[in-house]
Design a protein around this ligand. Structure first.
Ligand code: PMP
Ligand code: GLN
Length: 387
């Protein structure tokens, strides 16, 4: 047979986590917390199981959870999604992304992806028979220390064959956010082209320095053409539960659900019941940004005392750091060396590029995850101090 994904190997997150385990390194690579979710949430799962929520829930998710998602989205971003027809609970954001891409991308379609990008998008487009078209972000410079999207470049890349634009803010791995002016651009792009937007907003509740998350659900004209995806994994420290969701207008959700129905049919019922109860209280997600901002600052302060140069992070639980004062190695080799020789696992940013080995994809940057207990961060910093 001929592989449908010949260029695809094991994800960088798995590779670096395995390497960290093998070498007993502190794993600041793959993005997951090294602490438990709230005890109250764990009790809710236990209760849901004891109360008998152990069989198939409805295909689109239990009504109470869909209602909770709808109410939260409306309260935070203003747009009302009908819980019956426009909100779908999925097996993590991953399944929502894959199902959306499979539902809408046809053979021959072009799909715009902004580089650097999360690793799922390109293989999903390829499985659907589409052609990924990459638009590069502008890399950081001394004047502008953050990656930036040039929306004119995005607009110029849209052709009659383009069926979808995928975006992800707060952005993994660069930690940049959307601003209102970016939404203006997206509004203009949707107006002029009618393009469908797929918005990966899994880090919506991890946003720093008083900024606000610019969900696509904030603008009616964009929301009418958008699929907005999020994940409870990031919000409630439950990446292993794999519960996420997707909000989109009725006619779009209906097509996405056709794929969801046959990909997984539905999602773990006790987790859904527990999340539906737990999410009634806004406090945990409203306090999440402050919780992570302290960790970001702890890591950045510590790194500033090493030969790494931390870059600003506006959101997500990641920050990038420049290692050019330490080594000339390309990123993947440097990440491997740091893990095996100094005992701290990180992710090379080149893994988020179409051609990881190319010179243009290597900026001497690695990604640190700070979703870790303070003592884990401190232990890693002690090791990094002597690199
Ligand atoms: N999108 C991005 C940008 C991510 O960083 C992640 C997770 N790590 C996902 C999607 C997948 O989320 P989930 O684990 O809910 O499937
Ligand atoms: N999204 C997580 C990250 O960026 C990893 C998820 C995964 O391992 N697939 O680290």
């Amino acid at each position: 047979f001929q592989s449908k994904l010949p260029g695809v190997g094991t994800t960088i997150f798995t590779i670096m986590s395995q390497l960290a385990t093998e070498h007993k390194a502190i794993n600041l690579g793959q993005g997951f917390p090294d602490f438990n979710p709230a005890a109250a949430l764990l009790s809710e799962v236990n209760r849901a199981m004891q109360e008998g929520h152990n069989q198939y829930p409805p295909m689109a998710g239990i009504p109470a959870l869909r209602q909770g998602i709808s109410a939260k989205t409306q309260a935070l971003y203003g747009h009302y999604y009908d819980p019956d027809t426009e909100v779908t609970v999925t097996s993590g954001a991953s399944e929502a992304l894959m199902a959306s891409i499979l539902a809408f991308v046809k053979p021959g379609d072009e799909v715009l992806v902004i580089e650097p990008f999360y690793d799922l998008y390109i293989p999903a487009i390829q499985l659907a028979g589409g052609t990924p078209v990459i638009v590069a972000m502008l890399p950081p410079t001394e004047q502008t220390p953050l990656y930036r999207v040039d929306w004119q470049h995005v607009r110029d890349a849209i052709t009659p064959a383009t069926s979808m634009l995928i975006i992800n803010f707060p952005h993994n791995p660069t930690g940049i956010n959307l601003q209102e002016s970016d939404l203006d651009w997206l509004e203009r792009i949707v107006d002029e082209t009618g393009i469908m937007l797929l918005s990966d907003e899994v880090y919506e509740h991890i946003i720093f320095d008083g900024q606000q998350h610019q969900s696509l659900a904030r603008r009616e004209s964009i929301a009418a053409n958008a699929i907005v995806i999020s994940s409870f994994g990031k919000t409630y420290h439950t990446t292993g539960w794999k519960v996420g969701y997707c909000c989109a207008p009725k006619h779009i959700s209906a097509e996405m659900r056709k794929v969801h129905q046959f990909m997984v049919f539905t999602v773990s019922s006790p987790m859904q019941v527990a999340l539906a109860h737990y999410m009634k209280d806004p406090k945990p997600y409203m306090e999440l940004s402050d919780f992570y901002q302290e960790k970001r600052d702890r890591l950045a302060r510590g790194l500033a005392k090493t030969r790494f140069v931390p870059m600003p992070s506006q959101g997500t639980f990641f920050l990038l750091a420049d290692y050019s004062a330490i080594s000339d190695l390309p990123e993947a080799e440097f990440a491997r060396w740091l893990t095996t020789t100094h005992g701290v696992g990180v992710i090379p940013i080149s893994a988020f590029y179409r051609q990881p080995d190319a010179k243009e994809s290597n900026h001497q940057l690695v990604r640190f995850c700070f979703a870790k207990q303070d003592h884990t961060l401190d232990a890693a910093l002690a090791k990094l101090a002597i690199v």
